[in-house]
Ligand binder design. Structure first.
Ligand SMILES: [Zn+2]
Length: 362
């Protein structure tokens, strides 16, 4: 168990720019104390394009809570243990594990950490339900997405097979790095860490039960994948979605929800810590508006489209032909989310089946 660290944190501005410089050089930055008792511990996940996840350690009195322990690999475990040691904590002394969302680069090491320390794992209640479903009916989600994509992707069996293989690979990784939650958190709850109180903020979009955490005294906002400095988080209609879910609408509302924390230092799951929350929210919203306009003009020019046809006609970072199976999978999930959002708004409706095609209303 650790007391509050006596090491002096770097000046916040110098610290933020040193994280950014390391990220720009393609390096994993060193463990660093953001403000007294709050540490950023980079955990590598080289199989992911983001390369590393920040686990954050919040220490106060006898409490030491980890936010997002990172992907469970031998290198990740060593990085987390070394980073915690720099902060004066052994992993057996962790008293709580808070997780922003169930993706393996965030939740992955939670089960191992719980085994070592006995600490309880907390997720948002709907994320906890997703995890429970992944554990109880592991194939159900893959089957569901195959059904949706079979209806939506009229691109021949090759693409459907590639997408199916990719979705099975993702599902396998998620199953291998899953961890059942001990406690379920709700929006507005406060989590005690010694004398600190971390505020829980539900920010659905990237996943349905995504959480941010706020340290109000030090003005810190832990954003997971909800707000990142350069990446637009994937907001897609994924396998677990129910009819009527509108992840894009949820995400845009959740961006506005966290805007009230403008002025806080943003401690994201990847890349680097930064300030200027309101400007970043404007840019993230503008990115989604541009894609929505892109989809509307595709539907105007081509008439009713399946989600597959729309995805192939939309503008992505590279041409559709050059996207790999994993990128096409995300592009399709994104296209689904945009079509759904327009459907919920009454702007498009289903006009054809086999494949399902959507057209502009009126
Ligand atoms: Zn992530």
């Amino acid at each position: 168990m650790g007391g509050r660290s006596t090491a002096r944190p770097a000046e916040p501005v110098a610290l933020l720019s040193s994280q950014r410089e390391a990220w720009r050089r393609g390096e994993c930055p060193p463990a660093a104390e953001i403000v007294p008792g709050v540490w950023a511990l980079p955990v590598p996940c080289e199989m992911f394009p983001v390369r590393f996840t920040y686990a954050y350690l919040v220490i106060d009195g006898a409490d030491a809570v980890i936010i997002d322990p990172g992907l469970d690999t031998p290198q990740g475990f060593d990085a987390l243990a070394d980073g915690a040691a720099t902060a004066g904590i052994g992993l057996a002394g962790i008293s709580g594990i808070l997780v922003t969302h169930f993706h393996p680069d965030h939740l992955g090491m939670a089960a191992r950490l719980r085994g070592l320390s006995g600490a309880r794992v907390s997720l948002h209640e709907s994320e906890g339900a997703t995890v429970a479903e992944l554990i109880a009916r592991p194939l159900e989600r893959s089957r569901r997405i195959e059904r949706r994509w079979g209806e939506a992707v009229d691109a021949g069996p090759d693409l459907v097979d590639a997408l199916r293989a990719q979705s099975h690979a993702v599902a396998d990784l998620m199953r291998a790095q899953i961890c059942r939650a001990d406690d379920h958190l709700r929006d507005g709850a406060r989590v005690a860490v010694g004398s600190r109180r971390l505020l829980v903020v539900h920010t659905p979009g990237h996943t349905g039960g995504h959480l941010c955490f706020v340290e109000p005294e030090a003005k810190l906002l832990f954003t997971g994948d909800h707000v990142l400095p350069t990446i637009n988080p994937n907001v897609g209609l994924h396998a677990g979605a129910s009819d009527g879910d509108d992840p894009l609408g949820d995400y845009l509302a959740a961006l506005e929800h966290v805007r009230t924390f403008d002025g806080h230092v943003i401690l994201p799951g990847h890349e680097y810590a930064f300030t200027g929350l309101s400007d970043r929210i404007d840019a993230l919203s503008a990115h989604q508006s541009a894609r929505r306009q892109n989809l509307l003009s595709v539907l105007r020019e081509r008439g009713p489209c399946s989600v597959g046809e729309a995805a192939r006609a939309l503008t992505w970072s590279r041409s559709w032909r050059d996207l790999g199976a994993g990128e096409r999978r995300l592009a399709l999930a994104t296209s689904f989310a945009h079509v759904r959002s327009l459907e919920v708004a009454g702007v498009v409706a289903v006009v054809d089946t086999a494949p399902t095609r959507y057209g502009l209303v009126g």
